[in-house]
Design a protein around this ligand. Structure first.
Ligand code: ZN
Length: 656
């Protein structure tokens, strides 16, 4: 591990707080030090308050901020003196502590101070850095961990036995540090948790962290416990059906739809196939803040009932209080290790499942290295349990108000690269769904950088390609709950007398046949949707009110609408509902260039604006209007509606 400190960059930071931001971000750049909000840092400064008094202020990382991207406003300013008094108390409950931390802030709008604030206050140095470094945790989480840490560091660090993060840990640290620190002390190792470094300058504190972690890495190297075999990437066979089934049962346990991502991780597959996976993986996570994200232990295999039973036994063995019972987490695992599927990660959203994945990749590396060092041994079960029901973390997870409408659900949208399809992608993403955007145009791939979007370039009239796309989508998110049949083509106007067979067949193949294949192939997924499958068919005003010169288009959309009605009859018993929208005159799409609009308007003797709003309400219908209604038709407002046809055209005198 190398220092990333750059004198020139550092020189541009004027205040202690700015330097604190700078070196915190350096720590955040190294995922083997801090992952997803793990770790925290602080700096102590003197400030003059409004009434002219000088106060010592501890700026400590605020909750909800990540070291990699933290800014000055990500640090919570807490009065130092009251913190030092609190550290001398014998006991303080978590809610009391949270209250005290908040009440001693000097800015009401600052984020909540880290739960490790009192601990930072108790260390008598201007700068304090704390990480959950993989290498250090790997060594502490072995049967002989404490002796090995002594061997690595000698008198350079003070060692603190494992205590759950919170007030008790801060109190112990204050006491142990006062008793054991010497002039040689550069850091502090918290068993089964992580490491602290400190110093009077930002550089000293940061570089001590790097040096100390580097010593741990060198030790692992010397012990032949560093290099691991790189496993081969797993060969994926078609397993969409199994994945959909697993996600459905997992969502039932969780009490809400969940994203289930089959990661395809080479290490995950090799780990799931270890003969001793049961023994090794069940010994728990690397460090306390991983417990909340990944649950105490992974599920081995796919037997959710056994997992739930073990989980409940574990829970009851702890003799939970009434309040703990109320806050009991759902009994659905977040990490699954399966011989055939490899490492699968679950979450309320794809972003959450992706975090679980990152954490578990690191956990597996720590476990495998620790196994070479004498065996992985994580926190004792009782401590894990306390952690899982921990007031502070629970509060953190609970904040944020109403969940998005489609949280944990997956939508597949065809024709996603442009026009109404693209607007639909945005409408579903905005409602919290994960979205599989399919389009014949390669632009569908990489349209959005969010983890909740998967773009697949695919010609859906090619059934083999369609099946491959569905398999890919299901592996990424776990299933398909909502389907928007949007892709279609509108050929240039041609009277029947001139309409050739080939053109007719082409339009029907794209607008009708491909949608039949898509409905048939996604049926098992829609059937397995935790909240029931939903389909929206993009019809057309041409269905109730056809126009001359559009025979193939009108006939294909009318047939598609009829297909929709049959689907409603055949699949209604399985809770799948399907409805059609009939948009008209949506002009903000690719085919309607300014020139085409001009020409059409002129043809009718209208201005472009008159042409665009030529309907009963005199309104312009945009692709966003259509997309918003499409999304709402998959929501609770339409929960009891199927086989409906809804115009979205501003009112058309031929339809009314
Ligand atoms: Zn920590």
């Amino acid at each position: 591990m190398y220092s990333l400190w750059n004198e020139k960059e550092a020189a541009a930071r004027k205040s202690h707080l700015e330097l604190r931001v700078y070196s915190s971000r350096l720590l955040g750049r190294e995922p083997s030090l801090v992952l997803h909000g793990g770790g925290n840092t602080s700096v102590k400064v003197s400030e003059v308050n409004l009434v002219g008094e000088e106060e010592e202020i501890l700026y400590v990382k605020g909750s909800g901020w990540d070291l990699a991207t933290i800014e000055t406003q990500g640090f919570a300013p807490v009065r130092l003196t009251p913190m030092l008094k609190l550290a001398k108390l014998e006991a303080l409950s978590d809610p009391q502590m949270v209250n005290e931390l908040k009440c001693q802030m000097t800015q009401a709008g600052a984020p909540s101070p880290s739960v490790e604030t009192i601990l930072h206050a108790a260390l008598p140095f201007r700068y304090v850095d704390h990480t959950h470094a993989d290498a250090v945790v790997t060594i502490t989480n072995t049967p002989d961990g404490r002796r090995l840490i002594e061997e690595v560091y000698g008198d350079k660090v003070v060692i603190v036995p494992y205590v759950m993060p919170g007030f008790d840990l801060a109190r112990d640290v204050a006491r142990i540090f006062a008793e054991q620190a010497t002039p040689a002390t550069q850091g502090m190792v918290l068993m089964n948790h992580g490491i602290f470094s400190f110093g009077d300058t930002a550089k000293d504190s940061y570089e001590r962290m790097i040096r100390l972690v580097d010593m741990a890495e060198q030790f692992l190297l010397d012990q032949q416990a560093w290099d691991l075999v790189e496993p081969e990437p797993p060969v994926a066979s078609a397993m969409a059906g199994d994945i959909v089934d697993l996600r459905k049962r997992l969502s039932e346990k969780a009490g809400r739809p969940m994203i289930l991502s089959v990661t395809g991780s080479p290490r995950g597959m090799a780990f799931a196939r270890r003969y001793d996976v049961q023994k090794v993986a069940m010994r728990g996570p690397a460090t306390p803040d991983h417990v909340i994200r990944t649950k105490a232990v992974p599920m081995i295999g796919r037997d959710l009932d056994s997992y739930e039973k073990a989980y409940r036994d574990y829970f009851m063995a702890h003799e939970p209080s009434a309040r703990e019972r109320k806050t009991m987490l759902d009994p659905a695992p977040r990490v699954i290790l399966d011989r055939d599927l490899g490492l699968c990660c679950a979450g309320k959203s794809m972003a959450e499942a992706a975090i679980v994945h990152d954490i578990y990749e690191h956990t597996m590396v720590c476990i495998e290295r620790a196994e070479k060092l004498g065996g992985w041994r994580a926190l004792p079960a009782a401590d894990l349990f306390d952690m899982e029901y921990w007031d502070l973390e629970q509060a953190k997870l609970r904040k944020g108000g109403e969940p998005p409408l489609f949280q944990g659900e997956v939508a597949l949208i065809t024709g996603a690269a442009s026009g109404i399809g693209k607007a639909c992608v945005e409408a579903f993403l905005a409602r919290g769904a994960a979205v599989i955007g399919v389009d014949i145009n390669a632009a569908a791939d990489g349209l959005y950088a969010t983890p909740g979007y998967l773009g697949i370039a695919c010609d859906i009239s090619d059934t083999a390609a369609l099946r491959a796309a569905l398999e890919q989508g299901v592996r990424r998110f776990g299933g398909i709950d909502m389907l928007v049949l949007n892709a279609g083509m509108f050929p240039g106007g041609k009277r029947i007398a001139e309409l050739g067979d080939e053109e007719w067949r082409k339009v029907l193949s794209v607008n009708l046949d491909a949608n039949l294949a898509l409905l048939r192939e996604t049926y098992p997924m829609l059937k397995g949707a935790p909240n029931g499958g939903r389909v929206v068919v993009m019809g057309s005003k041409n269905v109730p009110a056809p126009g001359p010169g559009a025979a193939a288009y009108s006939a294909s959309k009318a047939a598609l609408t009829q297909l929709m009605r049959v689907v409603a009859m055949e699949w209604g018993g399985e809770g799948i509902r399907i409805n059609a929208l009939h948009p008209n005159a949506v002009f903000d799409t690719g085919i309607w260039t300014e020139e085409v609009l001009q020409a059409r308007a002129q043809h009718y003797g209208l201005t472009v604006q008159q042409y665009k709003t030529n309907n009963l309400l005199g309104v312009e219908v945009t692709s966003r209007d259509v997309a918003e209604l499409t999304a709402e038709m998959c929501g609770p407002l339409f929960a009891k509606t199927t086989a409906a046809q809804l115009p979205i055209d501003g009112g058309n005198d031929r339809v009314v």
